[in-house]
Write a protein that binds this ligand. Structure first.
Ligand SMILES: Cc1cc2nc3c(=O)[nH]c(=O)nc-3n(C[C@H](O)[C@H](O)[C@H](O)COP(=O)(O)O)c2cc1C
Length: 214
């Protein structure tokens, strides 16, 4: 298990404070392209004075949602006790999210999909069929940015990856203020050679910082 709840907080001037933005990396490849992008997104936020902390999902020992529906009563996931249980407090406290993921088979990775499914506990459902729903995270000024990187050159090769993150986040009540597709990069950390892309990642972080400051 990679993180404790205090590790997803950042210490400023000796005081432990929750991050304003949580950066979430969805690649299983350590020191790969998504990691580099996330570092630059965080750099962009830092330069705008926004506290951010990053978590790599591959370092969390966690499962996908098992559909036990215990969250209907408990309002948080109590059916599983794992790495996501440690992430929830920081996620609720953070006003912003930066999700970064490579395309795997035209979609997000299994890690990112499992993370998104574990946000199901934040929905409120009524007992109708289909169930009417709302989100515990709605109407709180939550904002997000998204980045996806893939090997091939065309939008069709990136597939649904951006949409697969955007739609659930919007349903949960986040405003997606900006997003960044990156094409044509396969080798580990090769994106470091694309200074234009790194600047865009920093700009993406700055966009989120500015949107949160509004
Ligand atoms: C299992 C798997 C599936 C992939 N599927 C796609 C794909 O559908 N389209 C694409 O363009 N690239 C695909 N790729 C390539 C990655 O998106 C690409 O190498 C990316 O730069 C990896 O980022 P990372 O270093 O952050 O993991 C795939 C890679 C793997 C390992």
């Amino acid at each position: 298990m990679g993180y404790t709840s205090t590790q997803i907080q950042q210490t400023v001037a000796g005081q432990s404070v929750k991050p304003v933005v949580l950066g979430i990396g969805g690649s299983p490849r350590k020191n790969g392209n998504s990691d580099v992008l996330l570092q630059h997104i965080v750099k962009g936020m830092d330069e705008d004075g926004i506290r951010a902390e990053s978590v790599q999902l591959r370092d969390l020992d966690f499962k996908g949602c098992i559909g036990c529906e215990r969250c209907r009563q408990d309002k948080i996931c109590t059916g599983l006790h794992d790495g996501m249980s440690l992430l929830y407090p920081g996620l609720v406290e953070s006003k912003g999210l930066a999700l970064v993921c490579p395309t795997h088979n035209y979609n997000v990775t299994a890690w990112m999909k499992a993370f998104i499914d574990r946000l199901y506990c934040f929905y409120n459902f009524q007992d109708t069929r289909p169930r009417a729903w709302s989100s515990q995270l709605a109407d709180q000024g939550r904002k997000a940015v998204l980045a996806v990187i893939c090997e091939q050159a065309g939008e069709e090769d990136m597939g649904f990856a951006l949409q697969a993150m955007r739609r659930p986040l919007e349903a949960l009540g986040y405003e997606v203020v900006d997003e960044m597709p990156v094409f044509g990069i396969f080798d580990r950390a090769k994106v470091k050679q694309r200074t234009d892309v790194l600047s865009m990642a920093e700009q993406l972080g700055a966009s989120l910082a500015e949107a949160l400051a509004e």
